[in-house]
Design a protein around this ligand. Structure first.
Ligand code: HPA
Ligand code: ZN
Length: 329
């Protein structure tokens, strides 16, 4: 249809994508066999059939179990390359990719292996006109000391990966793990010149969005759909054009919203917030970028002008130079 063609043709940037969440069941199964990792599923179909979630935690349990099949530098390269192919097909020009080193170092995989595989795929993709960077996420269910040790382990890689490693983020179980738990490690990352983002207001309250901004000093909020509970915060986000990286199909699959027709992204966009659309964990939530755009557009009757605005917002919100932004939009 016209709408689908319009969405497909829009150049976009993806700013909320967990690379471990792009692991398709086929690759999970193949890597499990190659690496001798036991999965609790007998087949690819059984993996896919297990993807029914009731909340964030019910998803995270499967997501961390699935990530255990990733072992070698080539595994991370192949995972990232597969995502990039899919992104290019959706006319994604630029992606800022989240990765969770603690999920891997905990299993004895060196952090350098993770960096190397992801970065090599991003650098190779430049030949196709694709631009990509990496955002190291701390797992918020673990301690700040653990996050600090992760940042310290990555410190010696800073120069080798200066062209791709642009920031740090915060993900995993939100409720009970407020942003301020990580104030020291975010302050150090800021002093290193890294960009700062955090998941906030997905399942957690609007107060977590405020503390991510006020205490951690993040530049973007990942999800942020609970911002509407706080009128003054909404005005602040609109005035500052603080980007929210919203993930419609993720919110639907994790029961953050009961129905996409109840999603507040259109209202927040119309209130002047810098709303972007992203896929979060596309292999688990049943859709890449264009699937998310199409689902939101159809459920919320977004106009072509609004869809164009959302795509422009993604470049506005990207961690790239003003010169690069002028080339893109
Ligand atoms: N929220 C929190 N942690 C995550 C997510 C998410 O949507 N995806 C992967 N880790
Ligand atoms: Zn996320």
């Amino acid at each position: 249809t016209h709408l689908h063609d319009f969405i497909r043709g829009l150049p976009k940037a993806e700013l909320h994508l967990h690379i471990e969440g792009s692991l398709e069941p086929e690759m999970m199964f193949a890597l499990a066999q190659k690496n001798g990792v036991r999965l609790p599923y007998p087949s690819v179909d059984a993996i896919r059939a297990a993807y029914h979630f009731t909340d964030l935690q019910s998803f995270l349990d499967l997501y961390y179990a699935g990530a255990a099949v990733l072992q070698t530098e080539q595994d991370f390269y192949d995972l990232t390359s597969a995502y990039i192919r899919r992104a290019i097909a959706d006319h994604v020009r630029h992606a800022e990719i989240f990765f969770d080193p603690q999920t891997h170092t905990e299993r004895g995989i060196p952090v350098a292996t993770v960096f190397s595989g992801i970065a090599r795929a991003l650098r190779d993709a430049r030949q196709q006109g694709f631009s990509g960077s990496m955002i190291l996420c701390f797992l918020r269910h673990l301690s700040e000391d653990d996050a600090m040790a992760t940042l310290e382990a990555a410190l010696p890689l800073r120069d080798d990966y200066a062209d791709v490693w642009v920031g740090v983020g915060l993900d995993s179980s939100e409720a009970g793990n407020p942003p301020e738990k990580f104030r020291h490690v975010f302050a150090i990352a800021a002093a290193m010149g890294l960009h700062l983002v955090a998941h906030a207001g997905e399942e957690g309250p609007a107060a977590y969005i405020r503390s991510a901004l006020d205490v951690l000093q993040v530049e973007r909020i990942d999800h942020g759909v609970r911002a509407e509970d706080d009128t003054a915060l909404m005005e602040h986000l609109a005035k500052q054009r603080t980007p929210l990286t919203v993930c419609p199909l993720s919110n639907l699959k994790l029961c953050v919203v009961p129905d996409l027709r109840h999603h507040n992204l259109a209202r927040m966009l119309r209130a002047g917030l810098c709303i972007t659309i992203n896929s979060d964990d596309p292999s688990y939530f049943g859709g890449y970028m264009n699937d998310n755009f199409i689902a939101a557009a159809e459920a919320l009757q977004l106009s072509c002008a609004e869809l164009g605005q959302i795509a422009r917002n993604s470049f506005e919100a990207a961690f790239v130079s003003p010169e690069q932004k002028r080339i893109w939009y």
